[in-house]
Design a protein around this ligand. Sequence first.
Ligand code: URA
Length: 212
Amino acid sequence: MRTRVIDHPLVAHKLTLLRERSTPSPVFRQLVDELVTLLAYEATRDVAVRDVAIDTPVASATGVKLATPRPIVVPILRAGLGMLEGMVKLLPTAEVGFLGMKRDEETLEAVTYANRLPDDLSGRQCYILDPMLATGHTLIDSINYLLERGARDVTCVCLLAAPEGLANVTEAVGGRAEVTIVVAAIDERLNDRGYIVPGLGDAGDRLYGVVD
Ligand code: URA
C-alpha cells in the first residue's frame, strides 16, 4: 500500500480553516469541496487514458482522453458525500457508486447499512472518498467490498489520517491489490473515543449538522 501526503501550501491553508472549530457548516462544505479538488488532482495522477487523434485549428495532433471502462467514485456515506462534487469536477465521466457505513461508537467497528455498486468491478479504477481515516475500520471494510467485486486498483482520498489507522489499513490490505491513500495530512494520534487529534472533529456533523 502507498500513502501520499499532499504537501502544498493551499492544501495546508484550507485544512487549517477546516480544523478551526468556529468555521460554520456552509464554509466548511465549500472548503471540503475545494480541498478535495486539489487532492483529486494528485489522486488521479495514474488515471487510465487512451491516445486520440485530433485536429487543432493549426494542425493534426495526438492527445489523450479518459479510457474505458470508466473510473468509479465511491463516497462513503454520510461524510464522504461532502467530497463527491470536488472529485467529479475533475472526473466528470466517472460513474458514482455508494457505500453506507457508520461506526459503532462502542466497538468503533464499521457497520454497512447501504450499498449501490456494480457487482463486477474488474478492470475498473476505483476512488473511495472518506474524509477521516481514524481507526481504519470503515476504510478496510470499504476496500474489501471493492476487492471482493474484482477491483485491483483502489485509491482512497481522505482529508486526515491517524497513524494507527494507516497501520491497520496497511496490515489488512497486505499485497492483495494496488491500494493508494491520498491524504492532506497525517495527524498525531487517536484519542480514547477514536477521534483524530488534533483533527477537525466529526466530519459528518460539521458538514451536515448533528443527527441523533
Ligand atoms: N470520524 C470523524 O468524523 N472524525 C474523527 O476524528 C474520527 C472519525
